[in-house]
Each structure stands twice: as C-alpha cells, then as structure tokens.
Design a protein around this ligand. Structure first.
Ligand code: APR
Length: 262
C-alpha cells in the first residue's frame, strides 16, 4: 500500500512546474493565529465587519490600524518554521535528485512574510501583505511610523500619506473588497500551467482564492492536501495527508532525497 508521503513524493519528482498554495495553517506553527479552526482563532475573537471591512475602517480606523500593527508585530517577532524552509528548498532538492529544472511557485492567502523570509523567491500574495500599507486616498505605498509596532495597543492613529496627506491603511484585502487583479491573474496562469499543486493549511472557504485548487482539479492536475484536518477542498484532492506543515514538509523533502540514495 503506497503511503500519502510516497504518492506525493513521486508526483513531485515527475513534475517540473509545482504550485504550493497556502493558508493560515501554514504559519500556525510559527505562532501566527489562524482565522477559523481553533477556539482562539481570529474570527472567534474578533468581528470580521469591525476589523476586516471598509465599513469597520470608516467606523474606527484607530482600532483597525492598531489590530493590523499588532499582527505585524507578531510576524516580526517570530520565525519561519521548518515547513516554510522546506518549501523554499523544494525546487533545489528535486533538481538535485533528477537533474531537470523545476519551478516552484508559492501562491498564498497569508499576509505575513514568512515564505519570503524562509527563502522562497516566487511568492504571490492574493490577500495582500501586512508589510505593504498604502494610502486610502491616492493608493501610493505608505510608510509605517518609525516606532516598532506595539502588539498590545488597542487603538493607534494611522500614519498619513507623505504625498497627499490621506490616511494610510493596511495593505490587506478586506471582506467585500475585490482581490487585486494582477496577482490573481498571475496565480491563475501558474495553476493552468502547473503539473502538481500542494494545498497546505487552508480551510478552502474563501473565494475566489479557493477556486484556484478547484481549477487545478478541473484541469486534471495532481493535487495533494497537507492539513491535520481535511478541509473543504479535500474532495478535490488525489491525496489528503493529515499532518502539519512544519512536520510533513521536511519529511516530504527527506522522502524525495531518499530516492537519490536508493
Ligand atoms: N499545518 C497545516 N494546516 C493547519 C495547521 C498546521 N499546523 N494548523 C491548522 N491548519 C489548517 C486548519 O485545519 C484549517 O483547515 O489550516 C486551516 C486554517 O483555516 P483558516 O483559519 O480558515 O485560514 P485560511 O483558509 O487561510 O483563511 C482564508 O480567510 O479570513 C480570511 O483573508 C483571510 O486569507 C484568509 C482567508
């Protein structure tokens, strides 16, 4: 009987273009809260309309700015884990085993920068980034206040745009807002042309992001999920591997490397 790790390893060894699609569960073992799957997840503690909608911003931008600055402080204070590092090393590992060029592209719903800090070079952020604030009025990139963000602050005056004086807002996609077109188009292109897709740490409930694995399924791509709990996308997967990102991904790399020595 072939195990999930063996099936995924052989599919990745046969692939030349791989998409790694991630959600909040990818960063959970770096201590970054997920949104839905735990009693202390963000949307169990905070109201989406208040914290993640244009209306919530209009109502109380000091509360919203403080919240995102607190989340940015948490990301700055932590490190990528072995799973992020394994994703960054996946292409080199495969190329070392079979000698052919491999492209690994990360498409993430996460607004942290842990994939980049782990060394992943091709990372598309579908829902924006905590590190890319912009002006609410002129949309130019904004600057953070010089003082490091305070994870405890419950209200904080947002900075103002140095060009037009407008308020600087978090560079993330809020509920009710359209997803930035260009990154989504790029992501669709990568999914259309990939050979295999890993779906890691997402509940698969937020669209249109969750449509990407479904598109891959409809195009007959190899799909595997790494998630301790089968997600809403599990039905589209060739393999559902009930393990965590920090545990499973380094094991997967070791399994691939084993092929070289056997
Ligand atoms: N390793 C792998 N998967 C994990 C781990 C882990 N260590 N811990 C939790 N998970 C899984 C959970 O089982 C769950 O399926 O990660 C998933 C987290 O789901 P959500 O909290 O819903 O996060 P996500 O799918 O990324 O949310 C999508 O919703 O709120 C919006 O914009 C926000 O990008 C976010 C989007």
């Amino acid at each position: 009987m072939t195990t999930p790790i063996q099936t995924i390893a052989s599919a990745l060894l046969a692939a030349r273009r791989i998409v790694v699609f991630t959600g909040a569960g990818m960063s959970a073992e770096s201590g970054i809260a997920t949104f839905r799957d735990k009693p202390d997840s963000l949307w169990a503690k905070f109201n989406t309309r208040e914290m993640a909608s244009p209306a919530g911003w209009r109502e109380n931008k000091q509360r919203v700015w403080a919240w995102y600055e607190g989340r940015r402080a948490d990301v700055i204070a932590t490190q990528p884990h072995a799973g992020h590092i394994a994703v960054a090393q996946l292409a080199d590992t495969l190329q070392r085993v079979h000698g052919n060029p491999v492209q690994v592209s990360v498409i993430t719903q996460n607004v942290d920068n842990l994939h980049e800090r782990a060394g992943s070079e091709s990372v598309i952020h579908l829902h924006g980034s905590l590190f890319e604030p912009r002006c609410m009025a002129c949309s130019r990139p904004g600057e953070f206040a010089s003082a490091p963000p305070d994870p405890q602050a419950s209200t904080l005056e947002p900075p103002h745009c140095t060009h037009c004086g407008g308020y600087i807002r978090p560079g993330v996609v809020w509920f009710g807002e359209a997803m930035p077109e260009q990154p989504f188009r790029q992501a669709e292109e990568l999914v259309d042309t990939c050979d295999a897709m890993l779906v890691i740490g997402t509940s698969g409930v937020v669209r249109p992001a969750a449509d990407l694995p479904i598109n891959a399924y409809q195009l007959g791509k190899f799909l595997a999920e790494i998630n301790p709990t089968p997600s809403g996308l599990a039905g589209y997967m060739k393999v559902q591997w009930p393990t965590s990102a920090a545990q499973g991904l380094p094991e997967l790399l070791a399994q691939i490397e084993q092929v070289q020595t056997s």
